[in-house]
Design a protein. Sequence first.
Lengths: 594, 249
Amino acid sequence: MPIYTPPVRDMLFAYFELNGGEAIRQMPGYEQLDRETLTSILEEAGRFVSERLLPLNRSGDEAGCNWNEGRVTTPEGFKAAYDEFIQAGWNSIAFDTDYGGQGLPKSLHMLVDEMICACNLSFSLYPGLTNGAWTALEDYADTELKALYFPKMAEGVWSGTMCLTEPHSGSDLGLMRTRAEHQEDGSYRISGTKIFITAGEHDLTENIIHLVLARTTDAPAGIKGISLFLVPKILPDAQGGLGEINSLSCGAIEHKMGIKASATCVLNFDGAKGWLVGEVNKGMRAMFKMMNTERLATGIQGLGIAEAAYQNAVAYAQERLQGRSPKGAQQPDTPADPLIVHPDIRRMLLTMRALTEGCRALSVWVAQQIDIAARSPDVVERREAEGLVALLTPVVKAFFTDCGFEVANLGMQVFGGHGYIREQGMEQLVRDARIGQIYEGANGVQAMDLVGRKLPLADGTLIERFLLPLKEFLQLTEGDASIAEFTTPLAAAGERLESAAKTLLQRAGDDPLESGAGAADFLQLFGLTALALMWARMALIGLRKCDEEEPLFYEAKVRTARFFMLRILPRSEAHYRAIMAGGDCMIDFDDRAW
Amino acid sequence: MKILVCVKRVVDANVKISVKADGSGVELANLKMAMNPFDEIAVEEAVRLRESGKADEGVAVSLGINACQETLRTALAMGLDRAVLVESDAELQPLAVAKLLAEVVRREEPDLVIMGKQAIDDDNNQTGQMLAALLGWGQGTFASQLVVSDGEIEVTREIDGGLETLAMQLPAVVTADLRLNEPRYVKLPNIMKAKKKPLDVIAAADMGVDIQPRLTTLKVEEPAVRSGGVKVADVAELVEKLRNEARVI
């Protein structure tokens, strides 16, 4: 069975030493979150997920969910584990204390979430969707709706879903057809079919609160005619308990490549009773704030999988004896040397490590910016944080999920033939990771959002939110020879990013196809540059601290940073050249020749 | 009834340890530490007695360096009410621990003391027994079941031959074995609540107890690597090898 040791030390490093954990503690409501408290929380969470959720990952994958006459059952053990999970309060970490949540920062929530995803990605999606539904309701549902639904959602006995996709309408939400008919009493009747609905129906909770995008009668066509509705599976009665069953049903569940224990449902709404959330035709606006946290959360899924793959690959490479080191036998007493002596294995392991730790460092930065945007008393600080979050969340979503898949595949490769065998658990990580690149906004769409929507904002200056800290760091370390091996490649990457951004903005004016042509490469360039900034900063801390304490830990930071700069960051040069080459070569292809 | 639970901060059970190069001890720097698993069981038992109303106060005590406060906070998060750290940077051997605990007992006056049967770092399995003897109390060691009634307890002990059940008057010392219970997972709200529960620190030097070590460690080494077995042709050859090679008969 796969192993998992909660990476608490690295999480504490990313939270307090690399990023602004102390600053978060200064914010109202977060005073308790010193290093000791965070350590306790992360250790206890890590203990729970590795002891209770990890053992269910393989069995859940083999069994999958079961659909029978509209009822869906999750694999054996999931219900018991879910009950313990919510009793321990792990489901409501970031929920408002007014409704029974723990009221802790998003940046702490994301760290716990990473561990849940690493141990059992399918399981993580049930509380994960409740989180998404809550975030959408938070700013736009009226107090009455919140009073009725939030307490039980915080308790975890009512879960949530996000119902957007229809058979003909996925990336293009403007095409959706689900209708909402206004009723005399102020509610609506929702009719239509939604597909690919995660946790749409299951046996973990007594009620499911669906958030459904639909068109009201006479709504304008496209995105501008979509409204958001709350449609409960079971209508609450006058006391706020369970009343009548609503007219919606689960028509089927999907049989998927991965996340097999996650119930992916077809939901049929048949005049189901629902209530408007926010304003009519402003449904997409209600989704946008939720989208930021959901993008980060999806990126975290990739990160969790990557960490799980990395740990298992390292353990295997240290034990498995095959061949001899090119330098001569390193363990002459055994029939062969452990895999870890081979350069190609070390290349794969360090690639996995550099991407995983780099993504973790970046995830904490972005998550803390989300906390600052929500809670800083300084309005300028809030606005700047919002800008950085808006800019980076598409990068986090797409880059981290790409990394998750790449690292999972490398992990499987390290296992050789045994990696292909289901019992080992490595191929499951690959299958589970793959969806992250597709759902919650396919990665190509994220790239389009980055280049088409985010770059032009604020007269094309939004990217400064990222370039400024990068340049500040370079200024801070100017002339420091000990750090030059990290800051020189970082500076070069920053220049490429800035140049590519300018070029794409210019070209967008002349040719509407150019943004789309350069978007995917630009996102990769951005992700690599962001990781380069993280690694340069980590290297600086490592160099300063490795003589004082924990030499192994801090030296490893310096060496991984070195590997990243020399062997991974060069990918950014290739992406840059591809962007600069322009899109004509892909547009000018005769459509008859496909 | 008031319960005193003794908890020790030890190297985490999952960590691979190694011996120091000079053979003077185990390399402990920067290793992940945790509450001794048998002490977790002791804490769990005490918390259950609190929840059932049989006990009205549960106090956790630990002895050692300042970092032991983390272990005490975990005990508080599991559900105990108060914690005491007897702080010392010195090496504390079981006799010294037992003497210090005896002094804590004199101050706290618990009806029941529960601790793990042994710590997983030194595996001494002595402290509970010594403490009972110093106090002149009954002891129920290797407990796999504990039943508390008015002023008296019944302890089922795991012994070599099976199970033995003893009854004894309170106050008494009980040491917890593996099957006594399964410790709960700590809940997030309780981690936050634990920060507000009282944790007092007293210096071991102020306890008026002689904590001088009585034992000196001469050498620590890893167990010999297992060598391959040898097939013997008959019993005569077996006896010969046992006598002349293994030298055990």
